[in-house]
Design a protein around this ligand. Structure first.
Ligand SMILES: [Zn+2]
Length: 561
């Protein structure tokens, strides 16, 4: 099949536009239908990328103008007039700093496939070629796409590969290393002044080695970490690259740096888990509508667990740092009332309307399949170790799943469970029904025993009296103290405090917006108070019985010998 050929130019990058000229073969048809993706894999939300597309025009190779009609929110029909090739020109606005959108400015451009390239509707197997004309002063273009014959030209064998291969253009700092002859690069863009690149490269190298040891080999011919040092957050996996977003200060604090290493490790683990070993529903993709799978807990939760495990195995975190990261996840899960409402399989199915569309009630009605998935991976790992006397673990499940199901087929939920049962040589039906498909409280006792851990006893209760607690999250907005979130089964929930209520006074004495904690110190758990709030400007008084601030009981530590 003839390729679609795109040329990207940046005639005024400071205005945040990329200009695209696409040569599209018509194969003699009277008209061709072009489409733009409405979402991009790894990020489950319809994002309506076509809203940033402007001025779509078409002409024949001879220069005659061809008619273009909009046929849907993300589709255009071009009447070819018999032209064998149609030249379509348009521009795309990009100023959203996220891993799945476009960002174009005077310093650099970060271009994703889904929000950029119009393609022939229904012909995803066709090759797509891209040539980039960097803006004046820009030296490099970095992408995992295979290079073409000339500088800044690239080839994708199909539309999926094009979408899976973001392009960074500008003057990124490139740091390269090889593992067993496979080239890896860390491409730092943004403010690189304070980011300790030599240290980051050294640690990444150790982490890639740990992943290679885990899986047995590297699945790609080369790999790029695109690291955007732009004070934004997030990461996104691709088959031969990943995008990381971080702060200029990320290497300056141990905690922030460890988060960055764990993020890089998480995205790298996806090069196997989801980009090659995947749930059956996650490919081939329909880029014009949602795709639903119950298995995102496996895709994201197991990846999150191993992201941290492999930083530890690479010797880049301490055992206590690993336990602290895992404790954060357990603590988040165990203090989120939504764990009793929605299972992980339900949360996976509802990613499009829940995880990517959070609101003030989310903690009461949902859990993150990242968080619970990682915790359940930890429990499953322990269960397999216990059942096999330590001879096998979740490691073998992942390696065996990769051997069986990576490639074009994908696995069903039943196949993955059967494989885990095969490795563990036990029936995991009850565990699956409660921990994965159910909302029962998780049982940590087995994992604590297998790994020699305990939850740190909540101290302080003997020496200091428990603090009075209303159990709502507050925020200060324009000097006003507002309720931001009310979790179920808290004093605030029982008293009828609502999100957006402004706390004005407690017991007829005004509460200054920054003094709530100080005021609550005047009371003890069990005291009854009267809270004066302004709700849509009307004052009302609510009776509230103060609770005791819950102690932190979900912090892991090694069990004393
Ligand atoms: Zn992920």
């Amino acid at each position: 099949m003839d390729p679609i050929r795109y040329a990207l130019t940046f005639p005024a990058s400071h205005t945040h536009y990329v200009h695209i000229r696409a040569e599209i073969p018509s194969a003699g048809r009277e008209s061709i239908e072009l489409s733009m993706a409405v979402w991009t894999p790894g990020s489950y939300l319809v994002r309506e990328f076509s809203r940033h597309v402007e001025s779509v025009t078409a002409e024949s190779p001879g220069g005659s103008t061809l008619r273009v009609e909009k046929t849907a929110k993300n589709r255009w029909r071009v009447v070819t007039g018999g032209a064998p090739t149609v030249i379509v020109s348009y521009r795309v606005y990009g100023r959203e700093m996220s891993v799945r959108t476009n960002w174009i400015e005077s310093d650099f451009a970060f271009i994703n496939g889904a929000p950029t390239f119009l393609t022939l509707a229904g012909e995803p197997r066709r090759p797509h070629e891209v040539s980039v004309v960097p803006a004046s002063g820009w030296m490099h273009s970095i992408t995992a796409l295979d290079p073409g014959a000339r500088p800044h030209t690239y080839c994708a064998p199909d539309y999926d590969t094009l979408v899976d291969s973001p392009i960074l253009i500008g003057n990124p700092e490139l740091h390269e290393f090889s593992i067993d002859g496979v080239r890896h690069a860390l491409a730092n863009a943004g403010d690189t002044t304070f980011f300790d690149a030599p240290r980051a490269v050294n640690d990444l190298e150790a982490i890639v080695r740990a992943h290679k040891e885990f899986w047995g080999s590297l699945p790609y011919p080369r790999y790029v970490f695109i690291n955007l040092i732009t004070e934004a957050g997030g990461g996104l996996e691709h088959a031969r690259s990943s995008v990381l977003m971080t702060s200029r200060w990320a290497t300056r604090s141990r905690k922030a740096y460890l988060r960055w290493l764990e993020l890089a490790s998480h995205e790298l683990f996806h090069a196997w888990n989801v980009k090659r070993l995947r749930p059956i529903e996650l490919g081939p993709f329909d880029y014009e509508r949602e795709v639903f799978t119950p298995s995102l807990w496996m895709v994201e939760g197991i990846t999150d667990y191993y992201g941290d495990v492999l930083v530890l195995r690479a010797g880049r975190s301490s055992a206590q740092e690993f336990l602290d990261s895992l404790s954060d996840k357990i603590e988040e899960l165990q203090t989120t009332p939504g764990r009793g409402v929605r299972s992980m399989t339900q949360a996976s199915m509802d990613a499009w309307i829940k995880l990517y569309r959070p609101d003030e009630n989310t903690p009461n009605t949902a859990i993150s399949y990242y968080t619970k998935g990682a915790v359940v991976a930890f429990l499953l790992d322990a269960k397999i170790r216990r059942a096999t006397g330590g001879r096998r673990s979740l490691d073998e499940v992942m390696r065996e799943a990769y051997a069986r199901y990576s490639g074009s087929y994908g696995f069903t939920p039943d196949e993955f469970r059967a494989l885990a049962e095969h490795v563990a040589s036990i029936d995991l039906g009850a565990f699956w029904r409660t921990a994965i498909e159910g909302t029962d409280e998780l049982d940590y006792s087995e994992a604590l025993e297998v790994f020699g851990l305990q939850f740190r006893p909540a101290n302080g209760t003997l020496n200091s009296k428990p603090k009075a607690w209303i159990g709502a999250m507050t925020k200060i907005d324009a000097g006003r103290l507002l309720i931001a979130q009310v979790k179920r089964e808290t004093p605030a929930f029982s008293a009828g405090l609502n999100v957006d209520d402004e706390i004005v006074a407690i017991d007829q004495v005004r509460v200054r917006s920054d003094r709530l904690d100080e005021r609550l110190e005047q009371y003890a758990p069990g005291d009854r108070i009267s809270v004066l709030v302004a709700r849509r400007d009307r004052l009302l008084s609510l009776d509230l019985v103060l609770g005791a601030e819950p102690p932190r009981v979900w912090r892991l530590e090694p069990r004393p010998a």
